[in-house]
Design a protein around this ligand. Structure first.
Ligand SMILES: *[C@@H]1O[C@H](CO)[C@@H](O)[C@H](O)[C@H]1NC(C)=O
Ligand SMILES: *[C@@H]1O[C@H](CO)[C@@H](O)[C@H](O)[C@H]1NC(C)=O
Ligand SMILES: *[C@@H]1O[C@H](CO)[C@@H](O)[C@H](O)[C@H]1NC(C)=O
Ligand SMILES: *[C@@H]1O[C@H](CO)[C@@H](O)[C@H](O)[C@H]1NC(C)=O
Ligand SMILES: *[C@@H]1O[C@H](CO)[C@@H](O)[C@H](O)[C@H]1NC(C)=O
Length: 420
């Protein structure tokens, strides 16, 4: 099992970097012909809430860890059909494998069947919605066919459709969201495992679930609390949407979101990282810290830093761990690994975001790809823009407030969040 796990960790590594992140794309040997250019059209998705009152509470979705990804539960269709998709703040399109399947990967649960849902509708290629996704093309039946590709080479193809999404609120009420646009994936390939039924796109671009929900729940905001990497899949935390998902109170730190042309990623500014008490300044291609030099991605496991910054962080880590690292084992997928029967004793890291110091315990920085081995869950890129990955996001309640344009962090044991 541990052996499988480490293989999966490597395979899934870059799967969920969306295609638009071109510097990473350049490092992969896959060639891409699809260009996703984002447009903004805030009025595209009008309010579609039915019967929501102040008493309805905050809508939530259970989210658990499985092999480096976070699976989020969502019900689509009428009657509601449960799907478990990868929660991905680094991409926009929500899609699930649909029958009839021309070419799908193996999935344990049954696939969504549009014919069994009375609320399913195809999006016509004449519709503006079709052109929100730049890869939307017209099929002979005037359906809107889409292609959505990720930097690892994973691709989903199918038709764009609309469905009713059902969320459950804190008070137990079902909340129906009608006409949510999603991809019915008929041809899906890539490093997916059989628990994953698709991807839930939680990015900031116009077609993402977050943008479609908009401020329907009293404010354009959501929060997540990701359980640590090796947590049993039956232990889950909750993703919350709208009012009531604010992250506030004692111990909260906040950093501004940085708006860039690409609306999908949630960009923030990382000034530096302290390894123990030793502060290392962020170093991209220029030594001045650019605004928005990192983005938070729940779909990418490791934290990815520009090489010129990554190298000193690794060197300082080696300095401070009182053990000899494993030398050059490319199979592990990480450069800095240690072998120990006990838990690894490593320094506390502090990510110094603009206005927010976020401390990371060894459990948030070292992952165990196989028994007795612990690897620093960081890797490097030749790009100037880094990624704050999901290992480092675990055990923090993280709130994305898209109205105030801030991200807030509050330390929390996310496994103690399971009251349902
Ligand atoms: C599925 O998509 C791949 C590209 O991702 C394409 O090469 C292949 O022809 C498609 N297969 C079918 C049955 O549409
Ligand atoms: C959606 O399009 C497919 C393919 O053209 C068709 O088979 C199906 O009946 C359509 N579904 C609805 C609800 O119109
Ligand atoms: C549109 O998508 C359907 C379902 O995946 C597929 O059967 C059809 O060949 C596609 N048509 C075009 C023109 O891409
Ligand atoms: C930043 O990286 C460049 C290129 O590797 C290097 O020359 C420079 O010394 C680094 N600056 C700091 C402050 O480490
Ligand atoms: C990552 O870092 C290693 C070691 O410093 C280096 O050899 C490699 O070229 C770097 N990779 C990228 C993509 O920059």
């Amino acid at each position: 099992m541990a052996y499988d796990l480490f293989h999966v960790v490597i395979i899934i590594f870059l799967v969920f970097l969306p295609l638009h992140f071109s510097p990473i794309k350049a490092n992969t040997d896959v060639s891409f012909s699809i260009n996703l250019i984002r447009k903004t059209s805030p009025k595209l998705f009008p309010q579609r809430l039915r019967g929501l009152s102040a008493m309805s509470g905050t809508p939530q979705s259970p989210t658990g860890a499985y092999l480096g990804h976070y699976l989020m539960e969502l019900s689509i269709g009428t009657p509601p059909f449960k799907i478990y998709g990868i929660a991905d703040t680094g991409s926009d399109l929500t899609w699930t494998q649909c029958v009839p399947c021309n070419n799908c990967y193996k999935q344990l649960n049954p696939m969504f069947d549009p014919q069994k849902s009375s609320s399913y509708s195809n999006i016509s290629c004449d519709s503006n919605l079709c052109h929100e996704l730049d890869t939307g093309v017209c099929s002979p039946q005037k359906q809107c066919n889409y292609t959505y590709a990720y930097a690892s080479g994973s691709i989903t193809q199918g038709v764009l459709a609309q469905e009713t999404v059902t969320l459950t609120s804190t008070t137990g009420t079902n909340i129906l969201l009608k006409g949510i646009m999603f991809g019915c994936g008929h041809n899906n390939t890539g490093g997916f495992n059989d628990h994953e039924m698709g991807i839930i796109g939680l990015g900031g671009g116009p077609v993402s679930l977050i943008s479609q929900i908009g401020s329907s729940f009293g404010g354009k905001m959501f929060s997540q609390c990701l359980v640590p990497f090796h947590t049993d899949v039956s232990v889950y935390s909750k993703m919350s949407f709208g009012k009531g998902s604010e992250v506030s109170g004692e111990g909260v730190v906040s950093t501004p979101l940085v708006a860039k042309e690409d609306k999908t990623p949630y960009f923030v500014t990382l000034l530096g990282i302290s390894v123990g008490n030793n502060y290392l300044h962020y170093n991209g291609s220029s030594e001045t810290v650019e605004k928005g030099n990192m983005f938070l991605d729940s779909g990418t496991p490791p934290t990815i830093l520009p090489t010129q910054f990554y190298d000193p962080v690794v060197a300082e880590m080696k300095n401070q761990v009182a053990m000899e690292p494993i030398v050059d084992d490319p199979d592990l997928g990480f450069q800095l690994c240690y072998q120990t029967k006990k838990n690894l004793h490593g320094p506390i890291l502090t990510a110094h975001f603009e206005g927010a110091d976020v401390t990371l315990e060894p459990i948030q920085t070292f992952i165990s790809p196989k028994d007795g081995v612990f690897c620093l869950g960081f890797t490097n890129t030749s790009s100037d823009v880094g990624i704050y990955g999901n290992f480092a996001q675990s055990n923090y309640l993280i709130g994305f407030d898209l109205e105030a344009q801030v991200v807030s962090f509050k330390p929390r044991d996310c496994t103690k969040n399971t009251e349902s």
